[in-house]
Design a protein around this ligand. Structure first.
Ligand code: ATP
Ligand code: MN
Length: 478
């Protein structure tokens, strides 16, 4: 008996006449004769042709949607449409039954909302098979991009005692009996008695530790889980998401932008080259979905065209100040169509503003730089104007912010002064400040939200559909 061959390889095979062993899950079984079998190696199914007259009726009954089966048969040229080869079954074994009365995933169209409720089974649909193969490719491409450039993959801690952004949106980590934590004399929770001897939380960003690595290894990147307890029930936020955070010594903000743009293009190209079939499928899916929308809300480009467009064009680079001017003069702002009016310099941009710039005004990815220091983090390098910092955000169509980064403040006095102004305790970040005391140098970095990248490349509309098991307010199922 031959060894099991995966369906992707089988469909590409020209060696008809040979016996093969193929295993997978039944998608459909038509006319007691044609099994569409899928094993997740590709979006396409292999057709298994059953000689039902010479097959036990009891066995035929067990070939149901969702069942796992093993088939030995001859690979033959297919007469049917849509496939070049098929397998003429000689022997079929049921590995795992699937009761058709109870199996939640019927061979029909299910809504994405319903599939989210059965996330343990949704991998078995064409859409989610494609999404997670693309996600896999993008993750691999991220590593390949940085490895090719000599970056060191650095593992920053998951449990930390610092809140990098100072935003306080953290998940606490404790070993206390939460109904009865030890208290100090003054009645506060006594974290000295906790596991780490201090209050700790799940990381919101690996950046500060990443910078420490860059101050010796030159170029590092992290790629790990990040946790934010922000109560944001949006299509772009998760409580647990994956972030890629490169930090580069001797980079200024322009080097930083160049690297970020090159990385995005590299990984998108990698997916286009290696996941052609999946992206074509997802393009079709999106086109179908958009047919439900009124004409003026449909995108001008298909998913495939959008991805190609992103590779072929330079991202638009402009300052926050220039962006505010454009937004202030924009038709939706004048007609009061924005939920948040753009009035003066200094306000933070809302997602609707970012998307206007990208989707309506420039019609391409945009890099915004030099934001007001008040709306950005303490570690961003202060510009000479005294008002702005060397920040850069990359905005993508349909997504808004996909990357947030900056040149970091390497001057100790400036950094300490900013921390004092905002009230960030310097003693807690003594180790971070040490890198400004010993061999400080210009450096820069950014954070890419991995799921936002996957959203863009798959054309999906909700971030909960591009991570296997999404974590969001009131949900930690699976
Ligand atoms: P936003 O304004 O969209 O909430 P942010 O300014 O909080 O983003 P950063 O702190 O700069 O984001 O994080 C870097 C990147 O991480 C963002 O550009 C985005 O791609 C991603 N990101 C941030 N928060 C989330 C989240 N809750 N879920 C998924 N991705 C996120
Ligand atoms: Mn945020």
């Amino acid at each position: 008996m031959s060894q099991r061959i995966k369906i992707k390889a089988l469909l590409a095979s020209t060696e008809t006449g040979k016996d093969v062993t193929v295993k997978g899950w039944v998608r459909t079984f038509r006319n007691n004769q044609f099994i569409a079998l899928n094993d997740g190696s590709t979006n396409s199914n292999i057709q298994i042709v059953v000689d039902f007259e010479n097959t036990d009726a009891a066995l035929l009954k067990r070939i149901t949607t969702g069942a796992a089966i093993s088939v030995v048969g001859e690979l033959v040229q297919s007469l049917g449409k849509g496939q070049t080869v098929e397998v003429k079954a000689k022997e079929i074994k049921i590995l795992g039954d699937s009761d058709p009365e109870k199996y939640p995933l019927q061979p029909k169209k299910h809504s994405l909302e319903f599939l989210r409720e059965i996330a343990h089974l949704r991998f078995r649909t064409n859409t989610f098979g494609a999404i997670f193969r693309v996600r896999n490719s993008l993750a691999f491409a991220v590593h390949q991009f940085f490895q090719e450039r000599g970056f060191v993959y650095l593992h920053t801690p998951i449990i930390t005692a610092s809140d990098a952004e100072g935003a306080g949106e953290t998940f606490h980590v404790t070993n206390f009996d939460i109904a009865n934590p030890p208290k100090t004399d003054t009645g506060e929770i006594d974290y000295k008695q906790d596991f780490f001897g201090r209050a700790t939380n799940l990381t919101v960003s690996g950046q500060l530790e990443g910078e420490l690595g860059a101050m010796a290894l030159s170029d590092i990147y992290t790629f790990g889980p990040t946790f934010r307890a922000e109560n944001s029930n949006t299509t772009r936020h998760l409580a647990e998401f994956w972030m890629i955070e490169p930090e580069m010594a001797f980079y200024d903000i322009v080097d930083n932008m160049d690297l970020a743009e090159a990385m995005l293009k590299y990984v998108i190209k990698y997916a286009l080259d290696n996941n052609k079939e999946d992206i074509e499928f997802l393009t079709q899916r999106l086109t179908e979905e958009e047919k439900q929308k009124p004409q003026n809300e449909r995108s001008e480009m298909s998913l495939l065209e959008k991805l190609q467009f992103c590779l072929d064009n330079d991202f638009e680079r402009l300052t926050y100040t220039e962006a505010i001017e454009i937004l202030r003069e924009s038709t939706p702002n004048k007609k009061k169509k924005f939920q948040y009016q753009v009035e003066g310099w200094g306000t933070d941009l809302q997602s609707e503003h970012e998307r206007y710039l990208v989707e309506k005004h420039f019609k391409k990815p945009v890099i915004l730089t030099n934001y007001p220091k008040e709306i950005k983090s303490f570690y961003m390098r202060q510009n000479d104007d005294g008002k702005t910092v060397a920040a850069m955000d990359i905005l993508f169509p349909g997504i808004g912010e996909i990357i947030g980064g900056s040149q970091r403040e390497e001057r100790l006095d400036k950094l300490e002064q900013r921390m004092d102004e905002i009230g960030i305790p310097k003693d807690e970040l003594w180790w971070y400040l040490d890198t400004r005391r010993f061999g400080a140098c210009p450096h820069a970095g950014f954070g890419l939200g991995f799921e936002r990248l996957v959203l863009f490349v798959t054309g999906m509309g909700n971030i909960r559909d591009v991570i296997p098991f999404p974590r969001f307010p009131k949900n930690a199922e699976f």
